[in-house]
Design a protein around this ligand. Structure first.
Ligand code: MOS
Length: 750
């Protein structure tokens, strides 16, 4: 018998956790009903800056069922003693500490938590807490904050930040350029809005240890943070995040609800749950607002001669969040003269931070609108313009890429979209009262890899469990782990259980930066290969020597639950048979995939990036200015695709979010009150089903043995990068109106 069907890397597999999710069996942080659970509801600050002068608690304490109220006045003493603690991301500055003192740093800041036997009692009582303040002048207006913009010197320490590198003489080149563009671009403040709100259920075990069911993108970072912030010690904190209802970066850092929940649990020595309301979701992390000044110089042929970038993004007063805003065009385009300046501006909000493709989703997107403008100035087709300035290497760092199939992405995307039928003039395509526009843009993101461990346990019944402390924030990690294990050991997915989302499991970082599939996948493969090696050893001891001649597992094929000689597939033996013959109950191994393994090349030698080409059709109602995105083709070059089905879903989600960035998403500041005004789904608009029409995803062939051990580059973020530019560029083509401020709302098209 020869191997017939092999499910593995490259197979489209439905989510292995799909049934659990749609039947409600999958438990999220707020759904663990531990015995004796108390409910905490926080009181939010009504001012943006100042001090609490009085907390009137009597009415709240009189509500039946109320157990206690915790605030800066009576918080447990053991918290916050260690001032050196940071969360995993370590944004420079002083991380927010709930109930630390009487200071108010941002509107909506939690200032007290009412804890009661029921959620309803806690919520009602929280509404009765009266707070008196001493107000200080505040500012949450981004434009006003620009007066205070600065570049902190210590940013180079943050290893995820690429400082811009100047080349040539951009100022002279710009002054001498035949064609010049000089414009300001802007992105509004955005809030992540994952479906699952931030929630923590803290189980108090009575022996000084706690289990925290948390909405978080990394269990072990959360564990380390809580252990250090509360002086509990790691062994006394277990964090479980088996299911996460979307993150987009909002769950990279532990948010304030977990501080409050743990503090209340310690104070009362009881189990406590705290869930943010949707409105409170607007009192923590958000994508920084951005203003980006771009100057481009080009020859009449469309060849770029100068690119001068200068951007500022928003941060808080207590931490300095910085992104890679100005480097993307400098890396992506072949242009001899380029520079980038970047500053941040503080305002009285919570700290901005990572939101899906932080930096690139903002910087690359805005830059791609400028590129489109220059293409029109040069009277060159926007796709042709990008090809004229195509760079085979990372132009800023002067390093080759491990691979860059962007040219293929342009070609395949254009072909699928029908780009050659485009009529070049703006307002030249229409149907009835709808103007039709076609736009293109480029996307780029890092192909990152993070040290990750995984364990594999094979039992005598032929079942395999693979486990890692990594997370699945909806991206499909459970399924990726299952496919890689199936691929390596030739087992059916039904025989494999993937476990993740628990700080007790083998060491893994937060799920973020699009590195989880590449990193966890590599770790699972290593662990399964170790199992395979032990199986081969065991088979060598079998009397009939079924695999005689095999020197290593490279000489074997694993399929259909059996191992066979590559050179003679008829010589095969079932895995269970090997286990029985060797008297093995189980084989258990743990392996760690570190950067550098399996032929991986270092960032210093080669740049590692994903790329995409996004083509977009919009139809704009000429009288109402209503924009519909009727077609998107996103052609992605992201190395090897483990699971085409979940991979496509990641790109679809990214494109939808890109459409939101282009047309809908914007958090408005109430300058007088210092609050976000539209803190709800009714007024903070995200694309709904009716906004989404035809989205087509292409994965171009991009073999890359150097980027990561499996050749995987990651897909969680590339789908959003550049998409909003493709939409904005299509709107220009449809209407002849260039809008440089995202989102392009109807009022901007009047
Ligand atoms: Mo992503 S912004 O790395 O969760």
């Amino acid at each position: 018998m020869t191997a017939t069907t092999k499910i593995g890397i490259g197979t489209s597999l439905s989510r292995v956790d799909g049934a659990e999710k749609v039947t409600g069996k999958a438990k999220y942080a707020a759904e663990y009903n531990v015995p004796g659970l108390l409910y905490g509801v926080t009181v939010s600050a009504r001012i943006a800056k100042g001090r609490i002068t009085h907390l009137e608690e009597n009415a709240a304490r009189a509500v039946p069922g109320v157990v206690d109220i915790v605030s800066h006045l009576n918080r447990p003493k053991q918290a916050w003693l260690d001032h050196s603690w940071k969360d995993e991301l370590g944004i420079p500055g002083e991380p927010f500490k709930a109930f630390h003192d009487d200071r108010i740093l941002f509107a909506g800041q939690p200032i007290a938590v009412v804890i009661a036997e029921t959620f309803e009692a806690a919520r009602f009582a929280a509404s009765l807490v009266e707070v008196a303040y001493e107000e200080e002048p505040h500012n949450i207006d981004f434009t006003a904050s620009l007066a205070e913009k600065f570049t902190p010197s210590y940013f180079k320490r943050r290893n995820t930040y690429h400082p811009p590198k100047k080349r040539g003489d951009p100022d002279t080149a710009f002054a001498n350029a035949t064609l010049k563009l000089e414009a300001e671009y802007h992105l509004a403040t955005e809030h992540h809005n994952p479906m699952e709100m931030h929630a923590s259920t803290v189980e108090w075990h009575g022996d000084g240890s706690i289990t925290v069911y948390d909405k978080i993108q990394g269990s072990q970072g959360d564990q380390a943070y809580l252990a250090s912030a509360f002086g509990l010690g790691k062994k006394n904190v277990r964090v479980v995040n088996a299911y996460v209802g979307g993150g987009f970066g909002s769950g990279l850092r532990p948010q304030w609800q977990v501080q409050v929940a743990v503090m209340a649990a310690i104070h009362l020595e009881r189990s406590v749950r705290v869930v943010m309301t949707r409105a409170q979701m607007f009192t923590h992390v958000h994508r920084p607002e951005c203003t980006y000044s771009i100057r481009l110089g080009a020859e009449h042929t469309g060849k770029l001669s100068a690119m001068i970038n200068d951007a500022t993004t928003s941060t808080s007063r207590f931490e300095n969040n910085m992104e890679d805003i100005v480097v993307w065009g400098m890396m992506n385009y072949d242009c001899p003269n380029a520079s980038g300046e970047y500053t941040i501006a503080p305002r009285d909000t919570y700290t901005s931070a990572d939101m899906r493709a932080p930096g690139a989703a903002t910087g690359m997107t805005l830059f791609e609108i400028a590129i489109d403008e220059m293409a029109y100035k040069a009277k060159v087709d926007p796709l042709e313009f990008r090809l004229i300035n195509y760079s085979e290497v990372d132009s800023m760092n002067e390093t080759p890429f491990t691979s860059k199939a962007l040219r293929e992405a342009y070609r395949e995307g254009a072909e699928r979209f029908g780009w050659e039928k485009r009529s070049p003039q703006p307002r030249s395509m229409r149907e009835g009262r709808e103007l039709i526009g076609w736009g293109v843009a480029t996307g780029m993101w890092d192909a990152q890899f993070s040290k990750t461990a995984a364990r594999a346990v094979l039992t005598a019944d032929g079942r395999l469990e693979v486990a890692s402390a990594t997370s699945d924030i909806g991206t499909g990690t459970y399924t990726v782990m299952t496919l890689v294990a199936a691929d390596t050991l030739g087992l059916a997915p039904e025989q494999i259980t993937a476990r993740l989302g628990d700080s007790d499991l083998p060491t893994a970082p937060v799920e973020g930066g699009s590195w989880a599939a590449a990193s966890t996948g590599a770790a699972v493969q290593l662990a399964c290969q170790s199992v395979a090696k032990r199986l081969l050893k065991a088979a060598e001891k079998m009397e009939d020597k079924p695999l005689h001649g095999a020197k290593s597992i490279d000489d074997l094929v694993f399929a259909d639950g059996a191992m066979a000689l590559k050179s003679d597939p008829s010589r095969r033996v079932a895995i269970t048979e090997v286990m029985t013959a060797a008297g093995l109950d189980r084989i258990e191994v743990e392996e760690t995939a570190s950067p550098g393994i399996g032929g991986m090349i270092s960032m210093a030698q080669k740049s590692r990036n994903t790329h995409s080409a996004i083509f977009c059709e919009v139809r704009v109602d000429e009288e109402l200015n209503q924009v519909r995105v009727t077609r998107v083709v996103s052609a992605v070059a992201a190395g090897r695709i483990i699971n085409p089905k979940t991979a496509r879903s990641q790109i679809l989600g990214g494109v939808v979010m890109g459409i939101g960035m282009a047309l809908h998403e914007e958090t408005f500041a109430d300058k007088a009150l210092g609050r976000w005004m539209n803190h709800n789904y009714a007024e903070y608009h995200v694309p709904a089903h009716a906004d989404i029409e035809d989205i087509d995803v292409i994965f171009v062939d991009e073999p890359d043995p150097e980027v990561t051990p499996l050749g995987v580059k990651g897909l969680g973020e590339i789908g959003i990068v550049g998409t909003a530019a493709a939409v904005a560029n299509a709107i220009y083509h449809a209407t002849g109106k260039r809008v440089r401020q995202l989102p392009v709302t109807i009022d901007k098209l009047l």
